[in-house]
Ligand binder design. Structure first.
Ligand code: ZN
Ligand code: ZN
Length: 326
């Protein structure tokens, strides 16, 4: 519970005191280290576990690999895989994730082709995520081809490819992919963020949604926050905003209405100054929100925790716990 709420230290303290005679207890701690991207700690804990008479299972292994992947410990992840007897596809996918994130896409692709199990949707989507991050269009196109032979109705594949084209300046191709998606009547999953108020009520914000009863106050707060941010030197990252928004101002307006920004502004308005905030999001946090949140945390003297679909980000004093590696 502590780990899932972004409170790594409390989770650690509790684990230190807890009886450790079942793998369940260890795996709880490994999963916390996994979502927080604490690679070295996970590897150390794994060595400690190996000295007991308990046997790690696939959840233990996946958590260790996830922790390595999210902290850039790629060689360690590959080495770890080498020692595992007949690894499953999920385990391979974790290592492919580590390689892809770290721009070792050629090794990742080789691993996909040569591994003894058949690559699945997760394998190719993970690889595609790396291709997007490192702007490798050719490999992305190969991944898309493979993904479409498995399932050509998965909207996230089209969204990723359209973004890759858009971010690399191939506007026409980006529009074409968007059109294909429309023709197939596929819809993009909207970004949605959640935040709890002081009475324990959870508030939901969808990108661009204006229906919240405090919407005007939220909008005003966002305007003031971004004015402060811009005078502190913040520049919006519009490279990944959909071509559907044509002018610079439209793009900025859209960026400032991302669900995590709406939830954040709601939190700033409704909680005492200086208190920590926790936002959860269904998709990965975008680079613009990531940079903005670092500064919002700094300027408002708040600790802001954001749990996205892939890991925890703890923003404090102008930095994020992910070290900008996510
Ligand atoms: Zn965003
Ligand atoms: Zn982060």
């Amino acid at each position: 519970m502590y780990g899932k709420c972004g409170r790594l230290e409390e989770a650690n303290n509790l684990f230190t005191r807890a009886p450790k005679d079942t793998l369940l207890m260890w795996n709880a701690m490994f999963s916390v280290l996994g979502v927080h991207g604490k690679g070295l700690q996970a590897l150390n804990l794994y060595n400690t576990l190996k000295r007991t008479n308990l046997q790690p299972d696939r959840f233990t292994i996946m958590s260790v690999l996830m922790a390595c992947s999210h902290s850039g410990l790629v060689d360690q992840a590959v080495e770890f895989l080498r020692k595992i007897e007949s690894p499953s596809i999920e385990i391979y996918n974790c290592v492919i994730d580590a390689l892809s994130r770290a721009n070792r896409l050629s090794e990742a692709e080789k691993m996909i082709i040569n591994m003894p199990c058949k690559p699945d949707i997760i394998t190719w989507t993970t690889f595609l995520g790396g291709c997007r991050k490192h702007k490798d269009i050719q490999r992305a196109e190969r991944a898309i081809h493979e993904l479409n032979t498995i399932d050509d109705k998965e909207s996230s594949t089209y969204v990723l490819m359209s973004n890759i084209y858009g971010e690399t300046g191939n506007v026409e191709q980006s529009k074409q992919v968007w059109q294909q998606m429309k023709d197939k009547k596929l819809r993009k999953v909207p970004g949605t963020s959640f935040i709890e108020d002081n009475n324990g009520v959870v508030h939901q914000f969808i990108v661009g949604d204006t229906s919240h009863k405090q919407y005007h106050a939220i909008e005003e707060r966002l305007d003031t926050e971004f004015e402060k941010l811009r005078s502190a030197g913040f520049v919006h990252d519009i490279s990944f905003v959909s071509h559907a928004y044509e002018t610079y101002n439209e793009k900025i307006r859209h960026l400032c209405r991302h669900s995590e920004k709406l939830a954040l502004a709601f939190g700033l308005i409704n909680t005492p100054e200086g208190s920590p905030l926790l936002v959860t999001k269904n998709l990965r946090v975008c680079p613009d929100c990531h940079t903005a949140t670092k500064l919002i945390a700094l300027l408002n003297k708040r600790e802001i925790t954001m749990r996205d679909s892939s890991r925890f980000h703890i923003f404090k004093d102008g930095k994020c716990s992910c070290g900008d590696y996510w």
